[in-house]
Write a protein that binds this ligand. Structure first.
Ligand SMILES: [Zn+2]
Ligand SMILES: [Zn+2]
Length: 191
């Protein structure tokens, strides 16, 4: 955080890389969608990695896929945990990976933190990136922005980065589903 936003009274929520990392962590958690496995194979993981712009080495094998899947329940816990528990999880993830924060600049990204080398296993890089972002959330007392989707029957996780904390639905289309349901309810009431 620079002095600039404070001087101008503009509240910057998180650094851009933190916001992207939080969104990516939520998207990863949401690939375990009840009985639906949205990372069924290596090709699906490949797609996910490309969509979220992960850099670094990929092994593209079953072991890598399994490790990424196994990370999801650990990250999901963060969305329902007390601050104390989140801190435990974050510290575990960082120490298991021997995380060592370094400022790096690559591709189109200006300086940001990496705390794992690019040849660390993908699941380790994902875990540490999420943990580093969560460090910012905890320090900013913003854990309230990690919630589950309000739509009935959906338990996807949500990262609310909106100014007025108004995000209620996940990015899986529940906002539209809720709007349609509300519309139908109004129609039914009129009939
Ligand atoms: Zn990077
Ligand atoms: Zn949802």
């Amino acid at each position: 955080m620079t002095l600039w936003p404070r001087l101008t009274g503009v509240k910057v929520l998180f650094a851009h890389d933190t916001e992207v990392a939080l969104a990516a962590a939520a998207a990863l958690v949401n690939t375990a969608d009840g009985d639906d496995e949205l990372l069924p194979d290596v090709a699906a993981l490949d797609d996910f990695v490309r969509t979220w712009g992960w850099t670094g080495e990929l092994r593209r094998d079953e072991a890598e896929l399994r490790a990424v899947r196994e990370l999801r329940p650990r990250l999901r816990q963060v969305w329902a945990a007390t601050e104390e528990r989140v801190v435990e999880i974050v510290n575990e993830l960082l120490s298991e990976a021997n995380a060592l924060p370094q400022l790096v600049r690559h591709d189109t990204w200006d300086y940001h933190l990496h705390a794992t080398p690019p040849d660390a296993p993908l699941a380790t890089r994902m875990a540490v990136e999420a943990a580093m972002a969560l460090v910012d959330v905890v320090r900013g007392k913003e854990l309230g922005r990690l919630r589950t989707c309000d739509f009935a029957g959906c338990d996807n996780v949500v990262v609310d980065l909106s100014k007025n904390r108004s995000k209620r639905y996940c990015d899986g289309g529940c906002g539209n589903r809720a709007a349609v349901a509300a519309y139908r309810a109004r129609k039914a009431a009129q009939a």
